[in-house]
Design a protein around this ligand. Structure first.
Ligand code: SER
Length: 964
């Protein structure tokens, strides 16, 4: 029986037992910040277990895509080591939402294994949670399993938790045992099926509370079951993996050897590449792109780990690509969208390979050297950190290589801390509103309300409703009965016409009126199925349970809907222009503005942007209709509607259609009725966000006119500030680039002067008071005037300076900042120039500090200079330089470093016969300072660490010079 047949059999069995078959949800959890990836079949039903959503069907069956890499369930490091573990796998399950419980769950599972898959009962053992007598009895008396085959196990293996928070409960597992012992070694039992009896949920405050209704959640890994059905030694020998591994063998000098029990390094490589090719294919097709944080980073780790093993099997061929091609071919019959995303998946592998292969080579070499030179088999945190920050080595790859060499990393915790700190600094924090909502949800008893807020606002922008819940900000968002004038908070109504933020568009704004008060609605968000309004009370008091009138700010909404429909247009035009691999990777829709991120490796050319803009404007001018209809999910996809995978659709979906064939997308949001409402569409800027993702900023409607007007004003303001004449602004050449060029020339001139100064005073190449070589700025080519000349200058400048659109059209002119910065740079350079100059003028003063000494016939000066410099070379240059200004004498230049401070001694030519710098340092200076050193007659160097004698040094040296 193939894995495909097992899949079919499972679904058919449960459908015949009155279970509704539902498709797998995306690997990316929806509305669940507690999880990075879907790690179990029950994730998509979490809200049903919690009683926050009512199920449409009480008995359900699924085959769910799961990923266990990161978070509570993380198997990545076991992949390849064991025959069973995977990052990506498919979990078959049946669920009861408050319907049947333990007895039927046990009966169904047993019957499927024994009568459908023909497992011999002799090989089936079971385990129960040690406190669960009821389940024990059921196995014993209902299924008639001999008692010695029912194991009572503890919390660790027989109590299932989704994560640190969420639904949980005792479980009972069915195991396969091939031996004949009555007391087998526990490791010889292979777990087949986990039946979880969900009864509790863990809250964020670490309380365990009962679920509204006990439920059943079962899970059986398809890959492991296939292995047992096909009687192979490992999952990798089943039809799910065999062909993938064979495709690797074709391109490698090694054989996987399907019968070999012993695991060699190369076999491990076969397994890892095969496993990871599946994980990455499904992740990418669910919208994940390799990146540096969250799920994107896990994908990158998976890809880089696979690339490391690729090196072992054959560094000359991209085996990961080969394995992935095979995976897509094999799995497309079940998951057809894999085929659709094929070119995107392969191009991202290609890109990641290029990005990482060089670093992998160098980093690996460096790590090996480090391992070799490490005396105690420990690799320090810093090495791991450098490998990560310089060569992009994920910590688990470093750990893997270190482990292969029988060493270990110390201080991994610091690594993770550093990383999250770095990420935190790079990532904008959650919006304040969302943070508020999170705190509010903590105080919100989920069992308070089962119903969802019904939304009535597609047709009307006003609604009559009543206030169900009020939460006041000053009460740390706990529930209150009323909110008074000027206070802020959140409010839930029975129904609402306010559309919440989601999928791009920001939430509606407007007013709420009751008999006793009035509030401004500042934002609208949705959590689970409840719509929350953020409010500020303007007049009177708002009371719980009072009737209210909700009034959406229709101007605001209509501007959002223009940008929203324009976003759909942009998406479809991009696909038309660049091909169907282009996919939405993020979206923000604001009144009159939109930001759209999409998968695409190369920047768009000016020409392409022009085509896009023209295409969209044409559709707007053609006044195409925008319509919507509700369809079953599958049918919507069959009709060609675009869906962001990552969305959970188990029933009817709303399809937005523009024109006849312009665009068709699944979307719940508010749109214009006819494209003419958009009025205008202008691309403001195109830029990269991360590897493989580009971003377009655009504006619509009256905002685009305002924007253009604003641009002109900003340019004129800047021009005035920089004293440009009107004529300059009319020329084709961008005057601001000209200005910048001049500024840069001035800076270059200053830099040269500084170097010259050093050259005159010291030797060339000195870096005294080092002037940072500011990166010379490249001048972008001036493109043809596409719009009015002023707009063009502004656009170029914006793009060049990476200035994104100002959120509101405020008077702030970002170009002035730029010009100011430029001027500041110039000033800083000027200051540095002055500093260098003054340092050299002070050398004369330094000479004045020298003290005369007399030794027999010889006369000279002793000069001791203390400088906060650790660079020996520089110190020596200074000492030499000072020497040229002294006719007869000894110069001791003392620097400063963390532990060991450098010393330089030079002696003028006339004295070198009598006073050797080397001897003087070695015999007098170094012993006095408890340091060391030596050299030749004219020059010597050394070091010391204890500065306590420094103040007495001069007196001592003058004495000893006299004597010697
Ligand atoms: N949630 C349980 C598991 O993942 C059963 O489906 O093992």
């Amino acid at each position: 029986m193939t894995s495909f047949q097992i899949r079919e059999k499972f679904l058919r069995f449960f459908q015949n037992e009155n279970h509704k078959w539902l498709p797998s949800s995306s690997l990316i959890p929806q509305n669940d910040p507690t999880l990075l990836f879907v790690n179990a079949g029950m994730n998509q039903f979490k809200n049903i277990f919690l009683g926050l959503e009512s199920p449409k069907d009480l008995n359900v069956t699924t085959i769910q895509k799961c990923l266990r890499a990161g978070g509570k369930h993380n198997d990545i490091e076991n992949v390849g080591e064991t025959p069973w573990h995977h990052t990506f796998f498919e979990m078959m399950g049946n669920f009861s939402f408050g319907d049947y419980f333990k007895k039927r769950a046990i009966e169904l599972a047993w019957r499927f294994l024994v009568t459908e898959l023909h497992f011999s009962e002799d090989h089936l053992w079971v385990s129960v949670f040690e406190e669960d007598e009821e389940t024990y009895e059921l196995w014993k008396n209902h299924i008639h399993i001999p008692e010695y085959k029912i194991l009572r196990l503890g919390k660790k293996s027989n109590f299932w938790q989704m994560g640190d928070t969420g639904p949980c409960g005792p479980c009972s597992e069915i195991h396969y045992y091939n031996g004949k012992e009555k007391k087998p070694n526990p490791e010889d039992l292979i777990e087949i099926w986990n039946l979880v009896f969900m009864e509790f949920y863990d809250t964020e405050t670490q309380e365990r509370k009962p679920l509204p209704k006990p439920c059943v959640d079962t899970g059986m890994g398809l890959e492991r079951l296939t292995c047992l059905v096909q009687k192979t030694k490992s999952n990798y020998n089943t039809d799910s993996f065999k062909e993938i591994i064979q495709s690797l063998e074709e391109h490698s000098p090694y054989q996987y050897n399907f019968l070999e029990h012993q695991l060699k390094e190369e076999q491990m490589a076969f397994r890892v590449i095969a496993d990871h090719s599946r994980a990455l294919s499904f992740l990418i097709s669910d919208g994940v792109i390799p990146g540096s944080d969250g799920s994107n980073y896990v994908l990158r780790r998976i890809m880089r780990r696979a690339l490391y093993y690729n090196q072992k099997l054959n560094p000359k061929v991209n085996l990961l690509e080969k394995a992935t091609e095979k995976t897509i071919e094999l799995m497309s019959s079940v998951y057809p969208y894999l085929k659709k995303e094929r070119s995107l998946i392969l191009s991202l592998i290609d890109e990641e390979t290029h990005r990482f292969s060089k670093s992998l080579e160098i980093g690996r070499k460096k790590l090996k050297e480090k391992i070799k030179s490490s005396p105690n088999s420990f690799i320090d945190f810093k090495t791991a950190w450098d490998l990560y920050s310089t060569y992009g080595f994920p910590i688990d790859l470093t750990r893997l290589i270190v482990k292969e060499n029988h060493c270990q990393i110390i201080d991994e915790k610091t690594f993770e801390k550093e990383k999250s700190l770095l990420e935190k600094n790079q990532k904008p924090s959650l919006g304040l509103e969302k943070n508020h909502l999170e705190s509010l949800m903590k105080n919100f008893n989920p069992t308070l309300t089962h119903q969802e807020t019904s939304f009535t606002g597609y047709e009307k922008d006003q609604a009559e409703s009543s206030i169900l819940f009020l939460f006041q900000e000053e009460e740390s968002f706990s529930e209150v009965k009323k909110i008074e004038k000027n206070k802020m908070g959140w409010l839930v109504t029975e129904k609402t016409c306010f559309y919440p933020e989601g999928g791009g568009p920001i939430g509606d704004r407007g007013l709420l009126k009751t008999d006793t008060g009035e509030a401004e609605i500042l934002d609208t968000l949705k959590k689970n199925k409840i719509i929350f309004h953020k409010i500020k009370v303007l007049e009177g008091t708002l009371n719980q349970n009072s009737s209210c009138k909700l009034i959406v700010n229709s101007e605001f909404r209509s501007l959002i809907s223009t940008s929203h429909s324009a976003t759909h247009l942009l998406h479809s035009s991009l696909r038309k222009l660049l091909g169907n691999t282009v996919r939405q990777a993020g979206s923000l829709v604001e009144p009159g503005y939109l930001r759209f991120d999409f998968t695409q490796a190369q920047p768009l050319t000016e020409k392409q942007l022009e085509i896009l803009e023209k295409d969209i404007c044409e559709k707007i001018q053609n006044k195409e209709e925008v319509s919507f209809k509700f369809l079953p999910y599958k049918q919507a996809l069959q009709e060609g509607a675009l869906s962001l995978r990552g969305e959970n659709y188990d029933h009817e979906v709303r399809v937005i259609q523009i024109g006849k064939n312009t665009s068709k997308e699944l979307c719940g949001g508010i749109h214009v009725k006819n494209l003419q409402e958009i009025k205008d569409f202008k691309i403001i800027m195109e830029t990269g966000v991360q590897s493989g993702v580009r971003r377009i900023l655009a504006c619509t409607s009256s905002i685009s006119e305002k924007w253009e007007e604003d641009l002109k004003n900003q340019v004129v303001e800047l021009a005035q500030d920089l004293n440009f004449s009107k004529e300059t602004l009319n020329q084709k050449e961008n005057p601001f680039f000209q200005w910048e060029k001049e500024q840069n020339q001035k800076m270059d001139h200053l830099k040269k002067q500084i170097v010259n100064l050093q050259f005159i005073n010291l030797k060339p190449n000195s870096s005294i008071l080092s002037v940072k070589n500011s990166k010379s700025l490249a001048y972008p080519k001036v493109e043809h005037a596409r719009r009015s000349i002023l707009t063009k200058f502004n656009l170029e400048l914006r793009k060049y300076l990476g200035i994104s659109i100002p959120k509101k059209m405020e008077s702030h002119n970002p170009f002035l900042d730029w010009a100011e910065k430029k001027q500041n740079q110039l000033e800083t350079l000027q200051k540095q120039f002055d500093n260098v100059q003054s340092f050299f003028s002070k050398t004369k003063d330094l000479l004045k500090q020298s003290k005369p000494f007399k030794k027999g016939e010889i006369q000279g000066h002793l000069l001791i200079v203390n400088l906060p410099l650790k660079d020996r070379k520089l110190l020596a240059e200074i000492a030499d330089q000072l020497k040229t200004k002294m006719s007869s004498g000894v110069i001791v230049a003392i620097g400063e470093d963390l532990k060991s401070h450098p010393i330089i001694v030079t002696v003028t030519k006339n004295l070198q016969k009598d006073i050797s710098a080397g001897e003087f340092l070695k015999n007098e200076l170094a012993p006095f300072l408890k340091g060391k050193g030596g050299g030749q007659n004219h020059f010597a160097q050394g070091s010391f660490s204890d500065k306590s004698q420094l103040s007495k040094l001069e007196t001592f040296l003058l004495q000893s010079l006299k004597k010697s």
